[in-house]
Design a protein. Structure first.
Length: 120
């Protein structure tokens, strides 16, 4: 068994898992035990809390950080897109399951894909 701690930077929080989500990976660390991976994850999270004004966490070892003024202009949709620093832990390359539930969040509450309009 192995665990991966992945850092991402892009237009989506780490829990959306769109088909091209791996293109946003900026760092990937491999660990043999959950304890090692979890310790590293928390170390990275603590560092990011000092660098970012906003943050949100998911129970399945995922977090997103952002500053309101950190955006990228999208010519296709003529709008600014928020940029996120994401961190997540995977088990054997798959997302961690907490309480026996896997929560793939590719659709928002409004049932619309959470991404730039250029992909709609």
């Amino acid at each position: 068994m192995s665990y991966q701690v992945i850092e991402m930077y892009g237009e989506n929080e780490p829990w959306w898992f769109f088909s091209d989500w791996e293109e946003d990976i900026v760092s990937r660390q491999e660990f043999q035990t959950f304890e090692e991976a979890n310790n590293y994850l928390h170390k990275i999270i603590m560092g990011l809390t000092n660098d970012y004004e906003q943050m949100t966490f998911k129970p399945d070892f995922m977090a997103a950080f952002w500053n309101e003024d950190e955006v990228r202009f999208c010519e296709e949709c003529d709008d600014d897109l928020q940029l996120y620093r994401g961190i997540l832990m995977l088990e054997n390359g798959e997302r961690m399951v907490v309480d026996g539930k896997e929560q793939n969040e590719k659709i928002s509450i409004s049932r619309e894909a959470k991404c730039c309009k250029r992909f709609s």
